[in-house]
Write a protein that binds this ligand. Sequence first.
Ligand SMILES: O=C(O)[C@@H](O)C(=O)COP(=O)(O)O
Length: 264
Amino acid sequence: MSESQLRQDLVRYARSMYQRGYSSGGAGNISLKLPDGNVLATPTNSSFGDLDPDTLSKVTMTGELLAGEKASKEILMHLAIYRQRPQCGGIVHLHSPWLTALSCLPGLDNENALPPITPYQVMRVGKLPVVRYLPPGSPVIAEEVEKLAAEHNSKLLANHGPIISGKDIREAVFNAEELEETARLYFMLKPFGMNSQEEKRMPEIVVYAVEGRSAEQKKTLMVKITEAVVESFGVERDRVVVSIVETKASEKSRGGVLYCERGK
Ligand SMILES: O=C(O)[C@@H](O)C(=O)COP(=O)(O)O
């Protein structure tokens, strides 16, 4: 894709996010990797709603301004991520309402601020580690983000907002949207509790059997299966589900012969 098309793309995605409330005023910044190896970024104090493709900041990988207006004060944080994630072609930092609210909550799990709620979140976002609070634009934020970037696609800056990348600008925007929607779901569900994907991944064993075993026999089987799963998979006993599904001998067959007729 040409530089001119990429400039248009950045402006279009930024406007779309602005119109849907992902960014307000001069909050947030976006960047993308250009085919010549340099980086195109939103200028500092610009609004996602009215960017001009011709005045976007073009900087080298060391942050030197090549063209356009002065780059975002967070440009070092973007460059740190590009360094650590060579596969990454686009980055979005937002002050979107749900994620910013999340970033201000006390007692966050610093290794992962959001439980795995939906499979799409797990697929697009992965874990969301928290970066301790530092003033916006601080070069130390860039250093802290850089430590996490190789392993994590998304990061949550405490009392500030998310930063997330993708293989290109389109994917970075999609990932940012998924993350914001997940935070919204999190706050919606929090009062009720939620089944996390971790729990769903726990093993469930289903035993199909012909009717006729006593309750005691079935209980013994379930206990033994649970023990085997705990031992083999190393999971907590409480998370192993075993179900016995019984069928009448007149409703089950093998080789076309009903169980109730076998042995006659
Ligand atoms: O919180 C901040 O000031 C920055 O993180 C931000 O979102 C906007 O900064 P600029 O990109 O320099 O406008």
